[in-house]
Design a protein around this ligand. Structure first.
Ligand SMILES: *[C@@H]1O[C@H](CO)[C@@H](O)[C@H](O)[C@H]1NC(C)=O
Ligand SMILES: *[C@@H]1O[C@H](CO)[C@@H](O)[C@H](O)[C@H]1NC(C)=O
Ligand SMILES: *[C@@H]1O[C@H](CO)[C@@H](O)[C@H](O)[C@H]1NC(C)=O
Ligand SMILES: *[C@@H]1O[C@H](CO)[C@@H](O)[C@H](O)[C@H]1NC(C)=O
Ligand SMILES: *[C@@H]1O[C@H](CO)[C@@H](O)[C@H](O)[C@H]1NC(C)=O
Ligand SMILES: *[C@@H]1O[C@H](CO)[C@@H](O)[C@H](O)[C@H]1NC(C)=O
Length: 336
């Protein structure tokens, strides 16, 4: 603070005593093109002089950086360019930062006539994400809000893209905040925040949204099995978190390793395996799938050989148990 006040006073002294009339003679001031540099790079500010020039100086706004070869600035990043042509009086600002942006003036005194060249330094900063939400887990139907903050000059443009678990990939919205209300399981997956401002490659980071939902049984299948053979009932449930399974015959719960059955759980699938099917094993089984979000079940019939394999070719849910009952009944009617 003291330094800048001191410099402003000095530069005023300089301007008044050394270059009387510098600020007033706008007619002799030339605005050169803006100089654009990236943050961290060096900026070279050029000023042309000739042999008639008696005094020269570089100013940052009203503060003198260099007066002739004498450095007034205390900033070590500011250096006078040497080895340049005799007709050039240039300075270099190393490791440019955003607060260096602004007008710089080269003041020249030729034959007691002041002249100045103004350059405007523009500092660019590549878009960079500074803070992004953590991965979240929400229940189906509730809301999720994601945040992605970025810096950049010019200001970073932020967009969100969604990569669903099925592999689809689409634009969602623009802006720092992404608000999802009444979230569905299809909206789970990774969300990509892309910050860009054309200064360099976009900065990309992702957040994962996990959507919890109750199980739904997508496959419930039994096979026709003869007495004395191995029989398998299959049940498959989609759920987040992953479903736990229980198997029942009528009201009786079945346990792994008891009554000649084995329960094999593999990911979203559960299998009830009969080591050696007997006549009493035929009948109505229920697969129950549950997680923290809910519970559901499906009926599966273990039937004898020659029966149709699959009702409707796919899932047999408890909602469809009536049609299943009819099919099974008709099967037995035909048989006997
Ligand atoms: C230089 O930059 C200033 C400030 O950003 C702007 O107003 C001006 O139009 C620019 N001039 C040129 C020649 O680009
Ligand atoms: C130019 O002046 C600004 C404002 O006082 C200051 O923040 C910046 O560090 C200065 N830059 C140089 C290179 O002198
Ligand atoms: C990111 O933003 C969150 C929420 O505003 C804040 O609690 C956290 O401290 C921020 N993290 C960083 C590294 O700035
Ligand atoms: C299956 O059970 C029947 C009747 O209990 C028995 O006779 C037969 O040997 C068993 N088969 C196998 C492969 O264990
Ligand atoms: C299966 O679901 C139905 C309907 O929700 C329910 O009434 C029944 O008790 C369930 N059965 C079992 C074994 O959980
Ligand atoms: C199987 O059991 C379920 C539930 O106990 C019942 O709703 C269904 O009607 C039964 N199906 C058959 C074919 O008996």
């Amino acid at each position: 603070m003291y330094n800048s006040v001191c410099f402003i006073i000095l530069s005023w002294v300089f301007a008044v005593l050394v270059f009387p009339g510098v600020p007033a003679r706008s007619g002799d001031s030339v605005l050169k093109d803006n100089i654009t540099v990236r943050q961290g790079d060096s900026a070279v500010l050029k000023c042309n002089v000739d042999s008639k020039v008696s005094r020269v100086a570089w100013l940052n706004r009203t503060t003198i950086l260099f007066a002739g070869n004498e450095k007034w600035s205390l900033d070590p990043r500011v250096v006078l360019m040497e080895n340049t042509a005799v007709t050039e009086y240039s300075i270099k600002i190393q490791n440019v930062d955003v607060h260096d942006e602004g007008p710089y003036v080269c003041s020249i005194l030729t034959n007691k006539k002041p002249k100045s060249t103004k350059v405007h330094l523009i500092v660019q900063v590549p878009a960079r994400i500074t803070n992004i939400s953590r991965d979240v887990t929400v229940n189906e139907g509730s809301s999720a809000s994601l945040m992605c903050l970025a810096v950049g000059r010019p200001e970073a443009n932020i967009i969100w893209k969604h990569h669903s678990p099925r592999g689809t990939h689409k634009f969602v919205t623009e802006g720092e905040y992404l608000e999802l209300r009444g979230i569905t399981k299809e909206q789970s997956g990774s969300y990509e925040c892309i910050a860009s401002n054309d200064i360099s490659n976009p900065d990309v980071r992702t957040v994962q949204i996990t959507v919890n939902y109750p199980p739904f049984i997508s496959k419930a299948r039994g096979t026709g099995t003869s007495v004395g053979q191995r029989g398998v009932l299959q049940c498959e449930a989609s759920a987040v978190p992953r479903a736990d399974f229980e198997w029942y015959k009528e009201d009786r719960r079945l346990f792994n390793g008891l009554n000649g059955v084995k329960i094999e759980n593999q990911g979203k699938q559960s299998m009830l395996v009969f080591f050696n099917v007997s006549e009493e094993d035929y009948g109505n089984y229920t697969c129950v799938a549950m997680n923290t979000m809910g519970i559901t079940n499906a009926s599966i019939i273990l039937y004898g050989p020659g029966a149709m394999h699959d009702v409707n070719g796919a899932a047999v849910l408890h909602r469809c148990s009536v049609c299943l009952a009819l099919t099974v009944t008709s099967f037995y009617l035909l048989k006997f």
